[in-house]
Design a binder for this molecule. Structure first.
Ligand SMILES: Cc1cc2nc3c(=O)[nH]c(=O)nc-3n(C[C@H](O)[C@H](O)[C@H](O)COP(=O)(O)OP(=O)(O)OC[C@H]3O[C@@H](n4cnc5c(N)ncnc54)[C@H](O)[C@@H]3O)c2cc1C
Length: 400
């Protein structure tokens, strides 16, 4: 194994760095985190800039219209974007990080031609309609029903926790096409346009004050059968592909963001005198070592995805470890900030330097959801124990 960067990789890095340095000052002002139409146009504008300069879909294969970059180049891309503070995918999360990759892996040629280019160009935004009020961890129990009628499925049911639904054009939707008790054998994966008659979107406000996600109510919504990805009743297999992208490589950008926050914390500890506390130094040291280990695991996951088309089981380990470490990180931030952590308004130290309490406190609020979103930690542990360690299945699993 050669761990040094090649001349080509160094060139990729320096060209990207030069482009990012030139383009970032010209970006419009960031919208408020509660302004979803504003966030959509900001994120899509950034995506269009990436597309116009050949950096859209760096981690997509060339066959899907992406850059087809090597795993190392993909990581360099993320490192450089994070280093300079470039915008994150934002509302493009579902389309770019798991719906698009699923269409590449499982869609037919017509679906690839219709749906992939607008995702890469930042023209269309996707959301994820998997969870239902009674079906989160136990996703295979979902009840939203799709019945064939001519060229369409007629869909009735409801979804919940649908992130970015109010600004999305399409939804990766799981529906029951089999019998009521068919569980994972009776699910299909559909592409649902979000402007169809019969769709009602009711935004839900989070503890952070923003309507980050919504409830979806579907009343006899007609989705063309041609929008089904994979075979009828084979949607569970397609869903595993989606989840392997979501859990495997979807959070890499967020990992780098957490590593940046950790550096902010170390700097803050040094500036505020907290560094003199051996326990604080021990906790910071431990987190640094844990995040370094996760970065190494990320490299493995990205290489695996590049080789096999989808990330392997390392994605489940990554999701579990990242979400729990992310929470330790922000809890440490709260300990360090003490009462300053009560304010979301930016405060300064006695010497007039930024305390970063606004971003750290926001990160803490957000981190509470990390161990729930994209599958809870308990469920990730079940998957690891059954599929990696070969332990017996849960006693109730046979009944499901
Ligand atoms: C920020 C955020 C964004 C989200 N975005 C989306 C989205 O865009 N689209 C979407 O479809 N969903 C989304 N979700 C939903 C998410 O996938 C579910 O919340 C998650 O799968 C858990 O399901 P649940 O909320 O129904 O909890 P439940 O499944 O009811 O779980 C409740 C508790 O029971 C535990 N539990 C359940 N089953 C087991 C078991 N077998 N063994 C041990 N413990 C168990 C869980 O770990 C949890 O602690 C989002 C969630 C969050 C927090």
């Amino acid at each position: 194994m050669d761990l040094a960067y090649t001349a080509g990789e160094e060139r990729f890095r320096s060209e990207l760095r030069a482009w990012l340095t030139s383009v970032l000052p010209g970006l419009p002002e960031k919208p408020a985190h509660t302004d979803w139409p504003g966030r959509r146009s900001y994120d899509c504008h950034w995506q269009k800039l990436l597309f116009d300069h050949g950096y859209a879909g760096v981690d997509w294969p060339a066959v899907g219209g992406g850059r087809g970059a090597s795993p190392i180049e993909q990581l360099i891309f993320k490192e450089e974007c994070e280093r300079i503070g470039a915008p994150y995918v934002g509302v493009g999360f579902v389309g770019l990080l798991h719906a698009g990759p699923t269409v590449i892996a499982e869609g037919n040629e017509a679906q690839k031609a219709r749906f992939l280019p607008p995702i890469l160009k930042g023209e269309e935004v996707w959301c994820q309609g998997f969870s239902e009020p009674g079906s989160g961890s136990d996703l295979a129990s979902l009840r939203t029903k799709a019945v064939r009628d001519g060229e369409d499925y007629v869909i009735t049911g409801s979804k919940i926790w649908t992130s970015h639904a109010e600004v999305a054009d399409f939804c990766e939707l799981l529906v029951r096409t089999g019998d009521e008790d068919s569980r994972h054998r009776g699910i299909s994966w559909l592409i649902m346009p979000m402007d169809l008659p019969g769709i009602e979107i009711r935004p839900l406000k989070t503890i952070g004050g923003s309507t980050e996600f919504a409830e979806l109510f579907l009343d006899e919504v007609r989705v063309p059968i041609a929008n089904r990805v994979g075979e009828e009743n084979d949607g569970w297999r397609v869903t595993m592909t989606t989840l392997s992208f979501e859990r495997g490589t979807g959070f890499v950008g967020e990992l780098l963001e957490s590593m940046r926050l950790l550096r902010t914390l170390v700097d803050l500890a040094r500036r505020t005198g907290a560094w003199g506390d051996p326990d604080m130094r021990r906790r910071l040291g431990l987190l640094t070592a844990q995040f370094d280990a996760l970065w190494a695991l990320t490299k493995r996951n990205v290489s695996e995805a590049a080789r096999d088309g989808v990330p392997g089981i390392g994605g489940t380990v990554f999701k579990l470890a990242y979400s729990e470490q992310g929470q330790s990180l922000t809890e440490l931030a709260m300990d360090l900030l003490d009462v300053a952590g009560l304010s979301l308004e930016p405060l300064k130290t006695s010497s007039g330097e930024a305390l970063h309490n606004d971003e750290l406190t926001e990160a803490w609020i957000k981190s509470i959801s990390l161990t729930i979103a994209a599958g809870t930690s308990q469920v990730q542990r079940n998957i690891l124990s059954e599929r990696v360690l070969g332990l017996p299945k849960e006693p109730s699993a046979g009944k499901r």
